[in-house]
Design a protein around this ligand. Structure first.
Ligand code: ZN
Ligand code: ZN
Length: 124
């Protein structure tokens, strides 16, 4: 593993969020000022293909990267854009039952308003 890739992996592992390439670039630059955006992109692409990270495509949000490779789904807050993991272990079974056949994969994004945004807004 190259130093750059190790750094990207560390950044992802230390974060409890889903980071965009820009955010990873920003954090990587703090540790390795000479690192280039292209290096970040190339490594993320290679890591995605190698199954080390998962690239998330969510409508209306910049692509971000997930270090959790076990199947899970995502909640997207429509107010602040925060992405949270949600595990729905029986959903694949339910879909298969409904279809009567095995599925390969599915991608689910649940839109909602997160607890932070649901709090009553302060009066201005
Ligand atoms: Zn929110
Ligand atoms: Zn996730």
């Amino acid at each position: 593993m190259t130093k750059q890739r190790e750094l990207i992996m560390t950044i992802l592992n230390q974060s409890d969020r889903h980071l965009t390439a820009d955010e990873i670039f920003f954090l990587a630059k703090l540790k390795m000022p000479s690192i280039a955006m292209a290096t970040i992109y190339n490594n993320l692409n290679a890591m995605n293909e190698a199954g080390l990270v998962k690239r998330l495509h969510i409508d209306g949000v910049a692509d971000c990267f997930d270090k959790i490779m076990e199947p899970h789904d995502h909640l997207l807050c429509d107010s602040c854009g925060k992405i949270t993991d949600i595990k729905l272990p029986h959903l694949a079974d339910t879909i298969e039952e409904e279809l009567g056949t095995e599925i390969v994969d599915y991608e689910l994004t649940v839109h909602y308003t997160c607890p932070d945004c649901r709090r009553p807004a302060r009066k201005r």
